[in-house]
Design a protein around this ligand. Structure first.
Ligand SMILES: NC(=O)c1ccc[n+]([C@@H]2O[C@H](COP(=O)([O-])OP(=O)(O)OC[C@H]3O[C@@H](n4cnc5c(N)ncnc54)[C@H](O)[C@@H]3O)[C@@H](O)[C@H]2O)c1
Ligand SMILES: CC(C)[C@H](C(=O)O)[C@@H](O)C(=O)O
Ligand SMILES: [Mg+2]
Length: 372
C-alpha cells in the first residue's frame, strides 16, 4: 500500500523557481521507488505573491502548509521588493511560515562531498572529514523582537530588540544534544556571553541541559572565535547550536567548507513531524533565470524531508547517495566547475541525480546513525 503524503511546494522567487523543479523531480522519483503516493500542490510565496496577491504570505498558502505533511520551499526575495515596507517584504513570509508552524529548530548540515576537496578556497588537509551540523534557533531572538524607528531632529534612531525566553533556549539545546547522540557526541554552544544578557542566559541553560546528557561533550564558544575556528579547524566541530542570527551567519560561512552555498540543505522542525525543507541559500538574483543554479541543496533538502517528516531513512540515504555519486562522477554546475570543465545546467544536474537514483541499491556499509 502506497503511503499518501501531502507536500506543499513553494518555489518563491529568483532561482527558487528553477531549483524547486529539480527537487520535485527527485521527490517524485523517490516516491515511486519507495512506495509513496504524493499529493503535490504548488502555492505562491514571497515577491511573486506580493505582485499577484498583494501579500508575501497569502492565507491560501498558509492553509496549504498547515494541511500538508511537509513543505518544500525554494527562496524568496529580490531587488524588486527591497525598498518595500517591512510588512510587504518577501522575507516576512519566511518569518510567518516558520513561526506559524512552530518550526524552532533549523538543522543545517555541512559536509564535504568526495571529489569536491579542490572546490573550496581552503586547503584540502583542513577540509578532510568535515561533517558538521549547525542547529539554529529559528523562531526567537532579534528577528522576532520589537523593532521601530524614531525620526528625530538631528537624525533617526532605529531599534531592534533581542529577547530569549528560557524555554526557547532549553528546547533548542535539547534538540542539539539529541542530534549529537546520533553523531559524534559533541555540542558546541555558540554565544556572545561576554557582551549579551541573552547569551549569558543561553550559557546558563546550556550548562543545566548538559547534565541530562553526560555522554555528550559540551563546549562553549564565543561567536567571533567560532567564525574563525570553523575555517581554521572545521573537522573539530560536530553539532553547533546557536541563536537565530548567529546561526544564519555561521551556516553561510560553513558553505565555504563544502565548496558552494548551492550544496547546503536545511530542515526546520517543531514538535511534530511536519517540517519545512529549503536550501540555505537565497534567491540569487545575480544568476536567476539563466538555468545555471546548483539544485543540490534543494535535492538534499528533499532527502531531509524523507528523514524527518516521513521517518524514511532508506529513501533519505538513497537521495543523498545519488547526489554524492553524481558529484563523485564529476557533475558540476557553474558554481563548482573549474574553467576546464563544462558546467551542467540546473536541470541537467537534476536529471543526472534522478538517473542515478533509479539504479539505487541499498548500501549497508553506511551507518545510519551518522546521517543527519
Ligand atoms: N530562505 C530564503 O528564502 C532566503 C535565504 C537567503 C537569502 N534570501 C534572499 O535572497 C535574496 C538574495 O540574497 P543574497 O544575494 O544575499 O544571497 P543568495 O544566497 O541568494 O546569493 C549569494 C551568492 O551565492 C550564489 N548562490 C546562491 N545560491 C546558489 C545556487 N543554488 N547555485 C549557485 N550559486 C548560488 C548567488 O549567485 C550569489 O552570488 C535577498 O532578497 C535575500 O533576502 C532568501
Ligand atoms: C532571507 C532571510 C530573512 C533568511 C534568514 O535570515 O533567516 C535567510 O538568510 C535564511 O538563512 O533563511
Ligand atoms: Mg541566511
Amino acid at each position: 500500500m502506497a503511503k499518501t503524503k501531502k507536500v506543499a511546494v513553494l518555489p518563491g522567487d529568483g532561482i527558487g523557481l528553477e531549483i524547486v523543479e529539480e527537487g520535485v523531480k527527485v521527490l517524485k522519483q523517490a516516491g515511486e521507488q519507495f512506495g509513496y503516493h504524493f499529493e503535490v500542490e504548488h502555492a505562491l510565496i514571497g515577491g511573486g505573491a506580493i505582485d499577484r496577491l498583494g501579500t508575501p504570505f497569502p492565507e491560501a498558502t498558509n492553509q496549504l502548509c498547515r494541511e500538508s505533511d511537509a513543505v518544500l520551499l525554494g527562496a524568496v526575495g529580490g531587488p524588486k521588493w527591497d525598498q518595500n515596507p517591512p510588512e510587504l517584504r518577501p522575507e516576512k513570509a519566511l518569518f510567518d511560515l516558520r513561526q506559524g508552524l512552530g518550526l524552532y529548530a533549523n538543522l543545517r548540515p555541512a559536509s564535504l562531498f568526495p571529489g569536491l576537496e579542490g572546490s573550496s578556497t581552503l586547503r584540502s588537509e583542513v577540509l578532510k572529514d568535515v561533517d558538521l551540523l549547525v542547529v539554529r534557533e529559528l523562531t526567537g531572538g532579534i528577528y522576532f523582537g520589537d523593532k521601530w524607528t524614531e525620526e528625530k531632529e538631528g537624525g533617526a534612531t532605529a531599534t531592534d530588540t533581542l529577547v530569549y525566553h528560557e524555554y526557547e533556549i532549553e528546547r533548542i539545546l535539547r534538540r542539539a544534544f539529541e542530534l549529537a547522540r546520533g553523531r559524534r557526541r559533541k555540542v558546541t554552544s555558540v554565544d556572545k556571553a561576554n557582551v549579551l544578557e541573552s547569551s549569558r542566559l543561553w550559557r546558563k541553560v546550556a550548562k543545566r541541559v548538559a547534565k541530562d546528557y553526560p555522554d555528550v561533550e559540551l563546549e562553549h564558544m564565543l561567536v567571533d572565535n567560532c567564525a574563525m575556528q570553523i575555517i581554521r579547524r572545521p573537522k573539530d566541530f560536530d553539532v553547533i547550536v546557536t541563536e537565530n542570527m548567529f546561526g544564519d551567519i555561521l551556516s553561510d560561512e560553513a558553505a565555504i567548507l563544502t565548496g558552494s552555498i548551492g550544496l547546503l540543505p536545511s530542515a526546520s522542525l517543531g514538535e511534530g513531524s511536519r517540517g519545512l525543507y529549503e536550501p540555505v541559500h537565497g534567491s540569487a538574483p545575480d544568476i536567476a533565470g539563466q538555468g545555471v543554479a546548483n539544485p543540490a541543496a534543494t535535492i538534499l533538502s528533499v532527502a531531509m524531508m524523507f528523514r524527518h517528516s516521513f521517518h524514511d531513512e532508506e529513501a533519505a540515504r538513497a537521495i543523498e547517495q545519488s547526489v554524492r555519486q553524481v558529484l563523485a562522477e564529476g557533475a558540476r554546475t557553474a558554481d563548482l566547475a573549474t574553467s576546464d570543465e563544462l558546467a551542467l545546467s540546473t536541470d541537467q544536474f537534476g536529471d543526472w541525480v534522478v538517473e542515478v537514483l533509479k539504479q539505487h541499491n541499498p548500501d549497508p556499509s553506511v551507518p545510519i546513525d551518522m546521517m543527519v
